[in-house]
Design a protein around this ligand. Structure first.
Ligand SMILES: [Zn+2]
Length: 368
Protein backbone atom coordinates (compact mmCIF):
# COMPACT_ATOMS: atom_id res chain seq x y z
CA UNK A 1 0.00 0.00 0.00
CA UNK A 2 2.80 2.39 0.97
CA UNK A 3 4.53 1.51 -2.29
CA UNK A 4 1.40 2.40 -4.29
CA UNK A 5 1.08 5.79 -2.53
CA UNK A 6 4.76 6.50 -3.19
CA UNK A 7 4.29 5.56 -6.86
CA UNK A 8 1.33 7.93 -7.31
CA UNK A 9 3.21 10.77 -5.59
CA UNK A 10 6.24 10.14 -7.82
CA UNK A 11 4.02 10.18 -10.93
CA UNK A 12 2.42 13.47 -9.86
CA UNK A 13 5.81 15.07 -9.31
CA UNK A 14 7.90 13.54 -12.14
CA UNK A 15 5.32 12.76 -14.87
CA UNK A 16 4.50 9.55 -16.67
CA UNK A 17 8.09 8.37 -16.97
CA UNK A 18 8.64 8.77 -13.21
CA UNK A 19 5.38 6.93 -12.49
CA UNK A 20 6.41 4.04 -14.76
CA UNK A 21 9.77 3.72 -12.98
CA UNK A 22 8.11 3.82 -9.53
CA UNK A 23 5.49 1.20 -10.50
CA UNK A 24 8.24 -1.01 -11.95
CA UNK A 25 10.16 -0.80 -8.65
CA UNK A 26 7.06 -1.72 -6.58
CA UNK A 27 6.21 -4.54 -8.97
CA UNK A 28 9.72 -6.03 -8.94
CA UNK A 29 9.78 -5.77 -5.12
CA UNK A 30 6.48 -7.70 -4.96
CA UNK A 31 7.71 -10.35 -7.38
CA UNK A 32 10.91 -10.84 -5.35
CA UNK A 33 9.00 -10.96 -2.03
CA UNK A 34 6.46 -13.55 -3.31
CA UNK A 35 9.31 -15.56 -4.87
CA UNK A 36 11.25 -15.76 -1.58
CA UNK A 37 8.13 -17.00 0.28
CA UNK A 38 8.37 -20.10 -1.90
CA UNK A 39 5.46 -22.52 -2.02
CA UNK A 40 3.32 -21.28 0.91
CA UNK A 41 -0.34 -22.08 0.29
CA UNK A 42 -2.12 -19.61 -2.01
CA UNK A 43 1.11 -17.80 -2.90
CA UNK A 44 1.34 -19.35 -6.35
CA UNK A 45 -2.00 -17.81 -7.44
CA UNK A 46 -1.05 -14.48 -5.86
CA UNK A 47 2.35 -14.61 -7.62
CA UNK A 48 0.67 -15.18 -11.02
CA UNK A 49 -1.90 -12.38 -10.42
CA UNK A 50 0.77 -9.90 -9.33
CA UNK A 51 3.04 -10.72 -12.27
CA UNK A 52 0.31 -10.42 -14.93
CA UNK A 53 -1.46 -7.30 -13.51
CA UNK A 54 1.78 -5.42 -12.78
CA UNK A 55 3.22 -6.32 -16.17
CA UNK A 56 0.08 -5.07 -17.98
CA UNK A 57 0.08 -1.81 -15.99
CA UNK A 58 3.76 -1.27 -16.79
CA UNK A 59 3.18 -1.88 -20.50
CA UNK A 60 0.32 0.68 -20.55
CA UNK A 61 2.39 3.31 -18.71
CA UNK A 62 5.43 2.74 -20.94
CA UNK A 63 3.26 3.10 -24.06
CA UNK A 64 1.69 6.35 -22.81
CA UNK A 65 5.13 7.78 -21.91
CA UNK A 66 6.48 6.85 -25.36
CA UNK A 67 3.53 8.50 -27.18
CA UNK A 68 3.97 11.66 -25.06
CA UNK A 69 7.68 11.82 -25.90
CA UNK A 70 7.01 11.31 -29.64
CA UNK A 71 4.41 14.10 -29.61
CA UNK A 72 6.82 16.46 -27.88
CA UNK A 73 9.55 15.69 -30.43
CA UNK A 74 7.19 16.15 -33.41
CA UNK A 75 6.12 19.49 -32.02
CA UNK A 76 9.68 20.74 -31.45
CA UNK A 77 10.72 19.63 -34.95
CA UNK A 78 7.63 21.30 -36.46
CA UNK A 79 8.41 24.56 -34.70
CA UNK A 80 11.76 24.98 -36.42
CA UNK A 81 10.96 23.73 -39.93
CA UNK A 82 8.85 25.00 -42.81
CA UNK A 83 7.85 28.67 -42.92
CA UNK A 84 10.79 31.08 -43.13
CA UNK A 85 10.09 33.16 -40.01
CA UNK A 86 10.23 30.04 -37.90
CA UNK A 87 14.01 30.27 -38.16
CA UNK A 88 13.70 33.13 -35.67
CA UNK A 89 12.59 30.53 -33.11
CA UNK A 90 16.16 29.32 -32.93
CA UNK A 91 17.02 32.60 -31.20
CA UNK A 92 14.34 32.13 -28.54
CA UNK A 93 15.94 32.86 -25.19
CA UNK A 94 15.44 30.28 -22.47
CA UNK A 95 15.48 32.85 -19.66
CA UNK A 96 12.65 35.39 -19.15
CA UNK A 97 12.92 38.39 -21.48
CA UNK A 98 14.46 41.55 -20.01
CA UNK A 99 12.15 44.57 -19.79
CA UNK A 100 11.57 46.73 -22.87
CA UNK A 101 14.44 49.21 -23.27
CA UNK A 102 12.39 52.35 -23.89
CA UNK A 103 8.78 53.34 -24.50
CA UNK A 104 7.56 54.42 -27.95
CA UNK A 105 5.28 57.27 -26.98
CA UNK A 106 5.97 59.55 -24.06
CA UNK A 107 2.60 59.97 -22.33
CA UNK A 108 2.47 63.75 -22.57
CA UNK A 109 -0.71 65.84 -22.53
CA UNK A 110 -3.17 65.08 -25.35
CA UNK A 111 -2.93 67.29 -28.45
CA UNK A 112 -4.88 70.55 -28.32
CA UNK A 113 -7.20 69.56 -31.13
CA UNK A 114 -8.57 66.76 -28.99
CA UNK A 115 -10.53 69.02 -26.58
CA UNK A 116 -12.91 67.49 -24.05
CA UNK A 117 -14.87 64.36 -24.95
CA UNK A 118 -18.55 64.91 -25.81
CA UNK A 119 -21.35 63.18 -23.87
CA UNK A 120 -21.82 60.81 -26.79
CA UNK A 121 -18.10 59.93 -26.80
CA UNK A 122 -18.06 59.50 -23.00
CA UNK A 123 -20.87 56.94 -23.39
CA UNK A 124 -19.36 55.22 -26.42
CA UNK A 125 -15.89 54.82 -24.88
CA UNK A 126 -17.05 54.29 -21.26
CA UNK A 127 -15.34 50.86 -20.98
CA UNK A 128 -12.03 52.42 -22.07
CA UNK A 129 -12.35 55.41 -19.80
CA UNK A 130 -12.78 53.30 -16.65
CA UNK A 131 -9.50 51.49 -17.40
CA UNK A 132 -6.92 52.92 -15.01
CA UNK A 133 -4.10 52.55 -17.59
CA UNK A 134 -6.05 54.28 -20.39
CA UNK A 135 -8.69 56.65 -18.95
CA UNK A 136 -10.03 59.87 -20.50
CA UNK A 137 -6.52 61.14 -21.36
CA UNK A 138 -5.71 57.94 -23.28
CA UNK A 139 -9.04 58.13 -25.11
CA UNK A 140 -8.29 61.70 -26.19
CA UNK A 141 -4.86 60.59 -27.44
CA UNK A 142 -6.59 57.88 -29.49
CA UNK A 143 -8.90 60.51 -30.97
CA UNK A 144 -5.91 62.70 -31.90
CA UNK A 145 -4.01 59.78 -33.47
CA UNK A 146 -3.39 59.27 -37.20
CA UNK A 147 -3.12 55.67 -38.34
CA UNK A 148 -2.24 54.14 -41.72
CA UNK A 149 -3.46 50.56 -42.28
CA UNK A 150 -1.90 48.86 -45.31
CA UNK A 151 -3.99 45.95 -46.54
CA UNK A 152 -7.72 45.54 -45.88
CA UNK A 153 -7.63 41.74 -45.98
CA UNK A 154 -7.72 39.05 -43.30
CA UNK A 155 -5.56 41.01 -40.84
CA UNK A 156 -6.91 44.40 -41.92
CA UNK A 157 -10.52 43.37 -41.17
CA UNK A 158 -10.20 43.04 -37.36
CA UNK A 159 -7.57 45.82 -37.22
CA UNK A 160 -9.89 48.30 -38.95
CA UNK A 161 -13.04 47.27 -37.09
CA UNK A 162 -11.47 47.32 -33.61
CA UNK A 163 -9.50 50.53 -34.15
CA UNK A 164 -12.50 52.36 -35.63
CA UNK A 165 -14.61 51.11 -32.71
CA UNK A 166 -11.87 52.19 -30.27
CA UNK A 167 -12.08 55.76 -31.58
CA UNK A 168 -8.73 56.23 -33.36
CA UNK A 169 -9.43 59.69 -34.83
CA UNK A 170 -8.06 59.44 -38.36
CA UNK A 171 -7.55 56.17 -40.20
CA UNK A 172 -6.19 55.83 -43.75
CA UNK A 173 -6.81 52.42 -45.30
CA UNK A 174 -4.82 51.44 -48.41
CA UNK A 175 -5.61 48.41 -50.61
CA UNK A 176 -5.68 48.05 -54.41
CA UNK A 177 -7.71 44.81 -54.41
CA UNK A 178 -11.44 44.12 -54.77
CA UNK A 179 -13.57 41.85 -52.55
CA UNK A 180 -13.91 38.29 -53.87
CA UNK A 181 -16.07 35.39 -52.69
CA UNK A 182 -13.07 33.44 -51.32
CA UNK A 183 -12.16 36.43 -49.07
CA UNK A 184 -15.36 36.13 -47.03
CA UNK A 185 -14.23 32.99 -45.13
CA UNK A 186 -12.01 35.27 -42.96
CA UNK A 187 -12.29 38.95 -44.02
CA UNK A 188 -15.23 39.65 -41.72
CA UNK A 189 -15.41 43.40 -42.41
CA UNK A 190 -17.08 42.57 -45.77
CA UNK A 191 -20.44 41.03 -46.61
CA UNK A 192 -21.61 39.05 -49.63
CA UNK A 193 -23.04 42.23 -51.19
CA UNK A 194 -19.51 43.76 -51.24
CA UNK A 195 -18.15 41.24 -53.78
CA UNK A 196 -16.48 43.15 -56.64
CA UNK A 197 -16.14 46.43 -54.69
CA UNK A 198 -12.73 47.98 -53.90
CA UNK A 199 -11.73 46.68 -50.45
CA UNK A 200 -10.56 50.10 -49.21
CA UNK A 201 -13.96 51.67 -49.99
CA UNK A 202 -16.08 48.81 -48.65
CA UNK A 203 -13.99 48.73 -45.45
CA UNK A 204 -14.25 52.53 -45.03
CA UNK A 205 -18.04 52.30 -45.32
CA UNK A 206 -18.20 49.57 -42.65
CA UNK A 207 -15.99 51.63 -40.31
CA UNK A 208 -18.08 54.79 -40.72
CA UNK A 209 -21.21 52.76 -40.01
CA UNK A 210 -19.56 51.45 -36.84
CA UNK A 211 -18.25 54.81 -35.58
CA UNK A 212 -19.18 58.15 -37.20
CA UNK A 213 -16.63 59.96 -34.96
CA UNK A 214 -13.76 58.45 -36.97
CA UNK A 215 -12.45 60.11 -40.15
CA UNK A 216 -11.65 57.36 -42.66
CA UNK A 217 -9.67 57.95 -45.88
CA UNK A 218 -9.72 55.04 -48.34
CA UNK A 219 -6.81 54.74 -50.81
CA UNK A 220 -7.45 52.33 -53.68
CA UNK A 221 -3.80 51.70 -54.48
CA UNK A 222 -0.64 50.00 -53.23
CA UNK A 223 1.82 51.64 -50.85
CA UNK A 224 5.31 51.84 -52.38
CA UNK A 225 8.76 52.60 -50.96
CA UNK A 226 8.33 56.15 -52.35
CA UNK A 227 5.31 56.88 -50.12
CA UNK A 228 7.48 58.51 -47.45
CA UNK A 229 5.41 61.73 -47.35
CA UNK A 230 2.14 59.81 -46.92
CA UNK A 231 3.63 57.63 -44.16
CA UNK A 232 5.17 60.66 -42.41
CA UNK A 233 1.66 62.10 -42.07
CA UNK A 234 0.76 59.25 -39.66
CA UNK A 235 1.79 58.29 -36.11
CA UNK A 236 1.81 54.54 -36.71
CA UNK A 237 1.55 52.14 -39.66
CA UNK A 238 -0.09 48.71 -39.43
CA UNK A 239 0.84 46.29 -42.21
CA UNK A 240 -1.21 43.20 -42.95
CA UNK A 241 -0.24 42.61 -46.59
CA UNK A 242 0.77 39.11 -47.63
CA UNK A 243 3.60 39.44 -50.16
CA UNK A 244 7.30 39.96 -49.45
CA UNK A 245 7.46 42.82 -51.99
CA UNK A 246 4.62 44.84 -50.37
CA UNK A 247 5.95 44.27 -46.87
CA UNK A 248 9.46 45.33 -47.90
CA UNK A 249 8.09 48.48 -49.61
CA UNK A 250 6.03 49.48 -46.54
CA UNK A 251 9.07 48.88 -44.30
CA UNK A 252 11.31 51.06 -46.51
CA UNK A 253 8.77 53.93 -46.45
CA UNK A 254 8.38 53.65 -42.65
CA UNK A 255 12.15 53.62 -42.04
CA UNK A 256 12.61 56.69 -44.29
CA UNK A 257 9.72 58.53 -42.59
CA UNK A 258 10.86 57.42 -39.09
CA UNK A 259 7.35 56.12 -38.34
CA UNK A 260 6.94 52.89 -36.33
CA UNK A 261 5.58 49.85 -38.17
CA UNK A 262 3.47 47.18 -36.49
CA UNK A 263 3.47 44.23 -38.88
CA UNK A 264 1.50 40.99 -38.76
CA UNK A 265 1.75 37.92 -40.98
CA UNK A 266 -0.20 34.67 -41.23
CA UNK A 267 0.11 31.34 -43.04
CA UNK A 268 -1.99 28.22 -42.62
CA UNK A 269 -2.23 27.81 -38.79
CA UNK A 270 0.45 30.24 -37.64
CA UNK A 271 0.99 33.94 -37.31
CA UNK A 272 3.48 36.51 -36.05
CA UNK A 273 3.41 40.12 -34.86
CA UNK A 274 6.33 42.51 -34.31
CA UNK A 275 7.00 46.23 -33.88
CA UNK A 276 9.71 47.63 -36.17
CA UNK A 277 10.89 51.08 -35.12
CA UNK A 278 14.62 51.56 -35.80
CA UNK A 279 14.34 55.35 -35.30
CA UNK A 280 13.74 54.70 -31.58
CA UNK A 281 15.76 51.49 -31.24
CA UNK A 282 15.46 47.93 -32.46
CA UNK A 283 15.37 46.33 -35.89
CA UNK A 284 13.48 47.16 -39.08
CA UNK A 285 11.68 44.39 -40.96
CA UNK A 286 14.62 44.04 -43.40
CA UNK A 287 17.00 43.39 -40.47
CA UNK A 288 15.11 40.11 -39.93
CA UNK A 289 14.05 39.34 -43.50
CA UNK A 290 16.69 40.86 -45.82
CA UNK A 291 16.05 38.59 -48.81
CA UNK A 292 12.86 37.32 -50.43
CA UNK A 293 12.22 33.71 -49.34
CA UNK A 294 13.21 30.96 -51.78
CA UNK A 295 10.45 30.19 -54.31
CA UNK A 296 7.98 27.72 -52.82
CA UNK A 297 9.05 28.37 -49.21
CA UNK A 298 6.68 31.25 -48.48
CA UNK A 299 3.37 30.56 -50.17
CA UNK A 300 0.55 33.11 -50.20
CA UNK A 301 -2.74 32.42 -48.39
CA UNK A 302 -4.27 31.50 -51.77
CA UNK A 303 -1.61 28.83 -52.33
CA UNK A 304 -1.03 27.54 -48.79
CA UNK A 305 -4.45 28.19 -47.21
CA UNK A 306 -5.24 29.90 -43.91
CA UNK A 307 -7.70 28.93 -41.18
CA UNK A 308 -10.59 31.40 -40.78
CA UNK A 309 -10.19 32.56 -37.17
CA UNK A 310 -6.38 32.97 -37.28
CA UNK A 311 -6.35 36.46 -38.90
CA UNK A 312 -8.91 37.39 -36.24
CA UNK A 313 -6.44 36.49 -33.48
CA UNK A 314 -3.36 38.09 -35.08
CA UNK A 315 -5.27 41.16 -36.34
CA UNK A 316 -6.92 41.69 -32.93
CA UNK A 317 -3.50 41.45 -31.26
CA UNK A 318 -2.20 44.10 -33.68
CA UNK A 319 -5.19 46.31 -32.82
CA UNK A 320 -4.51 45.83 -29.09
CA UNK A 321 -0.83 46.77 -29.45
CA UNK A 322 -1.83 49.81 -31.55
CA UNK A 323 -4.25 50.98 -28.83
CA UNK A 324 -1.51 50.60 -26.19
CA UNK A 325 0.95 52.61 -28.32
CA UNK A 326 -1.41 55.36 -29.49
CA UNK A 327 -3.10 55.87 -26.10
CA UNK A 328 0.28 56.08 -24.35
CA UNK A 329 -0.35 52.97 -22.22
CA UNK A 330 2.97 51.35 -23.21
CA UNK A 331 4.90 54.52 -22.36
CA UNK A 332 3.24 54.90 -18.94
CA UNK A 333 5.02 51.93 -17.39
CA UNK A 334 1.94 49.68 -17.50
CA UNK A 335 2.73 46.37 -19.15
CA UNK A 336 5.05 46.04 -22.10
CA UNK A 337 4.85 46.67 -25.84
CA UNK A 338 6.42 44.76 -28.73
CA UNK A 339 9.58 46.84 -29.09
CA UNK A 340 12.39 44.39 -29.98
CA UNK A 341 9.89 41.58 -29.53
CA UNK A 342 8.16 39.17 -31.87
CA UNK A 343 5.13 37.14 -30.84
CA UNK A 344 4.53 33.84 -32.64
CA UNK A 345 1.13 32.17 -32.35
CA UNK A 346 0.66 28.52 -33.36
CA UNK A 347 -3.07 27.91 -33.79
CA UNK A 348 -2.70 24.18 -34.33
CA UNK A 349 -1.14 23.73 -30.89
CA UNK A 350 -2.67 26.73 -29.12
CA UNK A 351 0.85 27.90 -28.34
CA UNK A 352 2.27 31.45 -28.03
CA UNK A 353 5.94 32.44 -27.87
CA UNK A 354 7.71 35.77 -27.41
CA UNK A 355 11.15 36.18 -28.96
CA UNK A 356 13.78 38.87 -28.66
CA UNK A 357 14.61 40.46 -32.05
CA UNK A 358 17.57 42.75 -32.71
CA UNK A 359 18.85 45.11 -35.42
CA UNK A 360 21.22 43.51 -37.95
CA UNK A 361 24.49 45.41 -38.41
CA UNK A 362 24.88 46.46 -42.03
CA UNK A 363 21.13 46.36 -42.80
CA UNK A 364 20.68 47.94 -46.25
CA UNK A 365 17.37 49.59 -45.27
CA UNK A 366 17.84 51.03 -41.76
CA UNK A 367 21.67 51.13 -41.77
CA UNK A 368 21.78 49.74 -38.23
ZN1 LIG B 1 17.12 47.15 -40.73
Amino acid sequence: MLGAVAAVLTGWRFGLRGLAVAVAAVWLGGVAWLFTRGGASGDLARFAWWTVTGGALLLALGYAALIGELRRRTRDAGATAGLPYRAALAQAPAAPLPPNPEPLAEPGPPADLSGPLSDDELDRYARHIVLRELGGAGQRRLRAARLLVVGAGGLGAPVLLYLAAAGVGRITVADDDTVSLSNLQRQVIFGTADIGRPKAEAAAEAMRRLNPHVTVSPLVRRITADDTALVADHDLVLDGTDSFASRAAVNAACVAARVPLLAGAIAQWEGQIALYDPARGGPCLACLFPEPPAPGLALSCAEAGVVGALPGIIGSSMALEAIKLLAGVTGSGAGEGLRERMVLIDGLWGDTRRLRIAARPGCAVCGA
